[in-house]
Ligand binder design. Structure first.
Ligand SMILES: NC(=O)c1ccc[n+]([C@@H]2O[C@H](COP(=O)([O-])OP(=O)(O)OC[C@H]3O[C@@H](n4cnc5c(N)ncnc54)[C@H](OP(=O)(O)O)[C@@H]3O)[C@@H](O)[C@H]2O)c1
Length: 238
């Protein structure tokens, strides 16, 4: 059975994958992760010693089945990272209305249910510090007319994080990371890229290591809970 494990949702690619690899390289905690699609990177993580659990969180009973599998492998958790996400704008939802419910499931219902179910695993950790960290979006603090549903679901995630911080204090710290632009998607247009770069003071596409830095800070802090930490290169005041 794994003790003091770090559990990351949606670690088959990009930011979640980077976090999983960094934890494995650090070698302090075993890594348990979920993936939906079996990307080549999933084999890579498993070869490095991580435990992967396949789950599509929009399927009925997915959370219960995933928790049953996790219970076979894990006896205690040092940290839970809610990373899995769907990034859909309102035009995409108009074409596929199921995306609306899927985003609220993934960004609100799944973290809510996992926090309640995984609290005993975190409490069994021998570490003085125990963490739940969610990844929301720094655009929640502004407005973007074409991502109404996505940003509403990420705002709910931030509110939930704050409230779980209160509920689980002082045993478990609960914080949120609110990323701005971290990594472009393959199909982002040049105009979109330019607009996004111009929105931050730093004006760069930093890559996933800045999220790892934030995770490290939150996990090592003995006095930070209930915050949403922007990692967005500084948003320009307009
Ligand atoms: N990238 C950025 O610049 C940026 C900016 C702001 C916020 N964030 C936040 O940071 C986090 C990571 O971002 P990212 O860009 O790495 O995200 P991503 O590439 O979209 O990856 C998200 C992961 O969630 C998984 N997922 C999606 N739907 C799922 C479902 N129904 N059941 C189970 N897993 C599912 C995906 O699985 P599949 O591999 O099967 O698709 C994917 O591996 C997200 O919470 C995101 O909202 C990122």
């Amino acid at each position: 059975m794994l003790e003091e494990a770090v559990f990351i949702t949606g670690a088959g690619q990009r930011i979640g994958l980077h976090l999983a690899k960094q934890f494995l390289a650090q070698g302090k905690f075993p890594v348990v992760f979920t993936y939906r699609t079996r990307h080549a990177a999933v084999d890579e993580l498993e070869a490095l010693g991580a435990t992967g659990i396949q789950v599509d969180f929009t399927e009925p009973k997915a959370v219960d089945e995933m928790l049953a599998l996790l219970d076979i492998e894990v006896s205690s958790l040092r940290a839970v990272i809610h990373n899995a996400s769907i990034w859909a704008n309102d035009e995409m939802i108009a074409k596929d209305p199921s995306l609306y419910a899927a985003m609220f499931q993934l960004h609100v219902e799944v973290p809510y249910r996992l926090n309640l179910a995984l609290e005993p695993y975190l409490k069994r950790s021998r570490s003085d510090l125990k963490d739940i960290i969610s990844l929301s979006d720094s655009s929640v603090s502004g407005a973007a007319g074409d991502y109404v549903a996505y940003l509403a679901s990420k705002a709910a995630l931030q509110v939930m994080s704050r409230n779980f911080a209160q509920k689980f204090a002082p045993d478990i710290k609960v914080n949120d990371i609110a990323p701005g632009l971290i990594m472009f998607n393959e199909d982002d247009s040049d105009i979109y890229k330019q607009n996004r770069l111009e929105r931050s003071l730093m004006g760069i596409e930093p890559g996933p290591n800045v999220v790892w830095e934030a995770v490290q800070y939150l996990m090592s802090s003995s006095y930070t809970t209930g915050v949403s930490l922007p990692v967005d290169g500084g948003l320009k005041l307009v």
